[in-house]
Design a protein around this ligand. Structure first.
Ligand SMILES: NC(=O)c1ccc[n+]([C@@H]2O[C@H](COP(=O)([O-])OP(=O)(O)OC[C@H]3O[C@@H](n4cnc5c(N)ncnc54)[C@H](OP(=O)(O)O)[C@@H]3O)[C@@H](O)[C@H]2O)c1
Length: 303
């Protein structure tokens, strides 16, 4: 009996030892697995962040935009906000500017400002893109033989304030479609064959973070920006082989007149930059990235 009890005692001690041993081994295996999983996830996150953010911090390119694309840029919607700031940034890099907006007065004032501050040539064309084909024909006629090396399709229209589709005046919807969809498409068509024949050129299509998801109460605006994105991506596939840069520039919120409906968006800050800060960063990315928010603090919000 005593021998049996001793035997059972030894067996139980041995199994406890084995049990502890296996628990420890399993715990070590578990910790190693967690370590590899976490480091792999962290590495993927760092790689993704690096690929998205690094371009924003590259120094200015050595090859000038004029050499790369040509000496004239046409910027639509260029007397305010992003368009004006973008035009000025291009002018600072020696590019002559064709300004296209509605108001003659604002066009002449902007042209004078750019010529005085940047020492480049300018041309102004007054059109209202809500008029569709008529506006595009006026640009074609006024442009004459000026060779456009960089086309910035910036003009865009947003709802006056968020509302249901049924509440938006019909004319406002036609304007959004003619400006956000029509002008981008037809201005591109006007310029692209000449770029193709020359084997160089850049087209920058300004979309918006509104393309990232359907936006109730800004339905048609966000849908129009999805069009801009899709159009731009397909265009790149068609024409990049001819030496044409086709960039999809998709900002988030900026402090511009377009956002006048919101007091919060009328205060510049890190995540809502002013147009000048934004344009400086965006122009630096021209020819370097095909798809970008244009500004690092917008970039981290879409990672
Ligand atoms: N601001 C933002 O938070 C934001 C965010 C994402 C994307 N975006 C996009 O960025 C682009 C520029 O926006 P923004 O905020 O810089 O606009 P903005 O400050 O309102 O400036 C609009 C410019 O376009 C001209 N314009 C307006 N309607 C026109 C028309 N029918 N025909 C010709 N020119 C016209 C205006 O000049 P005139 O009044 O003299 O014509 C002005 O020069 C748009 O495509 C917009 O969708 C803006």
């Amino acid at each position: 009996m005593w021998a049996l009890m001793k035997f059972i005692y030894r067996i139980s001690r041995f199994s406890m030892f084995c049990c502890n041993f296996y628990v420890i081994i399993l715990a070590i295996i578990g910790l190693v697995a967690i370590f590899f999983y976490l480091s792999d996830t962290l590495w993927s996150f760092l790689q993704l962040s690096h690929s998205i953010l690094a371009p924003y911090f590259l120094p200015q390119e050595l090859q000038s935009l004029v050499k790369k694309y040509g000496s004239w840029a046409l910027v639509t919607g260029s007397t305010d906000g992003i368009g004006k700031a973008y035009a000025k940034e291009l002018a600072k890099r020696g590019v002559n500017i064709i300004l296209v907006s509605r108001s003659q007065e604002k066009l002449h004032a902007t042209a004078k400002e750019i010529e005085t501050q940047c020492g480049v040539k300018t041309k102004v064309i007054a059109v209202d893109f809500s008029q569709g084909p008529k506006a595009v024909e006026t640009v074609r006629r006024e442009l004459g033989s000026i060779p456009v090396g960089i086309l910035v399709n910036n003009v865009g229209k947003q709802y006056s304030y968020p509302m249901y589709l049924g509440e938006v005046p019909d004319q406002e919807l036609w304007d959004i479609i003619n400006i956000n969809v029509g002008a981008v498409t037809m201005m591109t068509k006007m310029i692209i064959e000449e770029m193709k024949n020359k084997g160089r050129g850049a087209i920058v299509n300004v979309s918006s973070g509104a393309e990232l998801q359907p936006l109730p109460l800004m339905n048609v605006y966000s849908a129009s920006k999805v069009y801009v994105k899709s159009f731009t991506m397909a265009l790149r596939h068609e024409y990049s082989k001819y030496g044409i840069t086709v960039q999809h520039l998709s900002p988030l919120f900026l402090n511009t007149k377009m956002n006048q409906f919101s007091n919060r968006l009328q205060e510049s800050g890190l995540f809502v930059p002013d147009a000048e800060t934004y344009a400086k960063s965006a122009v630096n990315l021209l020819g370097r990235v095909d798809h970008t928010t244009g500004y690092w603090a917008h970039g981290i919000q879409v990672i």
